[in-house]
Write a protein of this length. Structure first.
Length: 137
C-alpha cells in the first residue's frame, strides 16, 4: 500500500507535456485570429495579392500559348474571387482588376496588374508588374 501511494504523487512528466502542448496550441490559435479582427486591411491586402497572382497565372498561360498581345485585359479568373467577406464587418468587399500588357522586347511583354478595393470609405491599390516571355506560334 505504501508503494502505491508513493507512485501517485503529483503530475507525471507526460501529463505536464500534454498540458503544455494543449496550452500552446490554444495560444497559437488565439494569436493568429487577433490580427485579422483588429486589422482587416492585412487580410484584404493578402486577398488582393492572391487576385493579382491569379491574373498573372492566366496571362502566363496565354503567353505560353503565344496568344498574349499588347492591350488591356479584364480579370481572367472566376468572378466570385473578386468579392470577399473576410473584412470582419460583415460587408462584402469587391475588388477591381485593371491589367495592361505592353511590348517589352521581341518576345517579351510587360504586364501590369492593378487591384483596387474600397474599405472604410477609403480606396486602396495594389500594383504588381512582371515580364513575360511569349512563345512564338
Amino acid at each position: 500500500m505504501k508503494k502505491f501511494l508513493h507512485d501517485r504523487r503529483g503530475f507525471a512528466l507526460f501529463n505536464t507535456v500534454i498540458l503544455t502542448l494543449i496550452t500552446s496550441l490554444a495560444a497559437m490559435i488565439l494569436l493568429n485570429a487577433v490580427p485579422r479582427v483588429k486589422n482587416p486591411q492585412a487580410t484584404l491586402k493578402l486577398t488582393a495579392r492572391y487576385v493579382a497572382e491569379e491574373q498573372f497565372a492566366h496571362l502566363e498561360s496565354m503567353a505560353a500559348s503565344g496568344s498574349l498581345d499588347a492591350g488591356s485585359y479584364s480579370f481572367q479568373g472566376a468572378p466570385e474571387d473578386l468579392t470577399t467577406e473576410n473584412a470582419g464587418e460583415g460587408v462584402p468587399v469587391k475588388f477591381t482588376v485593371d491589367t495592361q500588357v505592353s511590348l517589352g522586347g521581341k518576345n517579351l511583354r510587360r504586364v501590369t496588374v492593378k487591384v483596387t478595393w474600397q474599405f472604410g470609405g477609403e480606396e486602396f491599390k495594389l500594383k504588381s508588374e512582371r515580364m513575360m516571355r511569349v512563345v512564338p506560334k
